[in-house]
Design a protein around this ligand. Structure first.
Ligand code: NAP
Length: 474
């Protein structure tokens, strides 16, 4: 069997042995077989990587130099996308049709978006008698999750390079192989030593050291709200900038008068994309009581068309949960939702294949918005359908969770949908099926996070601002 062995970390422009001897197994969630290893680094590795990133950081780096670095990384990454897609399917079970599109083409679009920003960005402006300068922030600690492994890394490392920062990256243990392939692209791009470094290993060790390291200027974290809160606490103690991209429980609000069939079809597709392992997934569908039964019929027939199974089969829409622990977590949510009185419309917590972490797409109707399923992120193929009485009720439910990452509003016309969307406390909303935009600012309200990623807004997170007060001209 083909395995992917990674025994070295990339620090200071070289592949080096980690300071300890620990390794992390990478498991294919479709077969439960170990398909590779990456090193389990430790705090000494983080310290070496941060020192290299500090040496490589040049606050006076020119914009043409940044542009060149960025373009070379994007070109080298683009060549590897087919291989990276295969690694993503193998290590986290994304179906090939998702791995070859959303998992790899979206990161490419996001990367090109940063190149476009850099071409037009104004690094100096006048504010009254001041000259305001935008300078690279410094050494960035980037901590990423497993659900879209390449995208998460691109959303941090590329704007860092564009801004002239240097980076120490800690990828998720569940899906690190695709990230190591991305680091090879950085190596091929010929970045100066120390500009991009990777230290894999346990989050509690590597992540916490990065978040508390005195020589890291900015820690950018994507992951769960619980771990994000810990990262924020450590960053606060060492007074460094922090960006947190956290969980969500986004509402797909279908208002009376909307095109119900389209709203349901797109909504179901969104909820189950990547097996529901998408932070921005619309996991609560809010349906007017007057059209509730019609909506449930439409949902059931949409879900019945979903094929679950071998991620390498091009017909598969839903692969396995990405890991044993994720699988167990999702099954626990499903069992508790049934105990809480939600009505199981389709799916359930049964393992649907003897081997692999496979669950059927699961839909609950009559979900109490205050119940665990109505409030908490599941991060699996589970949709909660919630009926509402009128627009005020829909708004109260939409805003009634601790999260605010994403969502959708469907109405008879765009003006009505936009007016409703203005009242929702969330970072991004699709209006009547408006398409995904890889350069629109993305990030959370409330416990979904702090800061924005992607495009110009995401880029600006990696810049410091300096004001020079000038004398009046004689
Ligand atoms: P996670 O458990 O919070 O882990 C995220 C990253 O943090 C991993 O690299 C993890 O390393 C590391 N980590 C773990 N403990 C740490 C600690 N004490 N200090 C510092 N770092 C630590 O999240 P996940 O399960 O990988 O990802 C799923 C979550 O991410 C979901 O909640 C989802 O909503 C969220 N998410 C948010 C966005 C967004 O943009 N808002 C996007 C995608 C995902 P290990 O692998 O070693 O545990």
């Amino acid at each position: 069997m083909h395995t992917h062995q990674r025994s070295e970390l990339f620090i200071d422009g070289r592949w080096v042995a980690p300071s300890g001897s620990g390794v992390i197994d990478v498991v294919d969630p479709a077969t439960e077989v170990v398909i590779g290893h990456v090193p389990a680094g430790d705090e000494a590795d983080v310290d070496a990587a941060v020192a290299a990133a500090r040496r490589a950081f040049d606050p006076a780096i020119t914009v043409p130099e940044r542009r060149q670095r960025l373009r070379r990384v994007i070109d080298a990454m683009e060549k590897r996308l087919p291989d990276i897609a295969n690694l993503i399917t193998a290590e986290m079970g994304a179906p090939v049709r998702i791995a070859q599109t959303v998992q790899t083409q979206v990161p490419l679009a996001v990367a090109n978006g940063f190149a476009d920003v850099l071409d037009t960005f104004d690094f100096e402006e006048r504010v009254g008698n001041s000259m305001v300068l935008r300078e690279p922030y410094g050494v960035v600690g980037a901590i990423t999750p497993w659900n879209y492994p390449l995208y998460q890394v691109v959303a941090k490392v590329l704007p860092a390079i564009a801004a002239g920062c240097t980076v120490v990256l800690k990828p998720s243990n569940e899906a690190p192989l695709s990230v190591f392939a991305f680091i090879e692209a950085c190596e091929e791009a010929g970045l100066p030593p120390g500009v991009v470094n990777i230290v894999s290993g346990p989050g509690r060790v590597i992540g916490e050291r990065l978040a508390s390291h005195p020589d890291v200027d900015f820690v950018s974290f994507t992951g769960s709200t619980g771990v994000g809160s810990r990262v924020g606490e450590l960053a606060g103690q060492s007074v460094k900038k922090v960006a947190l991209e956290l969980g969500g429980k986004s509402a797909n609000v279908i208002l009376d008068g909307a095109d119900l069939a389209t709203a349901v079809k797109v909504g179901v597709g969104n909820a189950f994309l990547n097996g529901g392992q998408t932070c921005m997934a619309w996991t609560r569908m809010l349906v007017p009581q007057t059209h509730y039964h019609e909506a449930l019929d439409l949902i059931e027939s949409a879900v019945n068309r979903y094929t679950v199974g071998d991620p390498w089969d091009p017909a598969t829409r839903i692969g396995p949960s990405a890991s044993q622990s994720q699988f167990d977590t999702v099954r626990g949510f499903i069992d508790r939702a049934q105990r809480d009185g939600a009505r199981l419309l389709t799916g359930g917590s049964e393992r649907i294949r003897d081997i692999g972490f496979f669950l059927a797409p699961t839909v609950f109707a009559d979900v109490d918005p205050e119940s665990e399923l109505g409030q908490e992120e599941v991060f699996g193929p589970v949709l909660a359908v919630i009926p509402y009485t009128d627009d005020d009720d829909a708004l109260r439910i939409a805003n009634g969770t601790p999260y605010g990452l994403s969502g959708a509003v469907w109405a008879a016309d765009d003006d009505t949908a936009i007016a409703f969307a203005r009242q929702i406390q969330t970072g991004q909303l699709d209006i009547n099926g408006g398409p995904y935009n890889p350069t629109a600012p993305f990030g959370g309200y409330k416990k979904s996070g702090i800061g924005r990623e992607l495009g110009r807004f995401g880029f600006e997170e990696y810049l410091q601002t300096k004001s020079l007060q000038l004398r009046a001209r004689p």
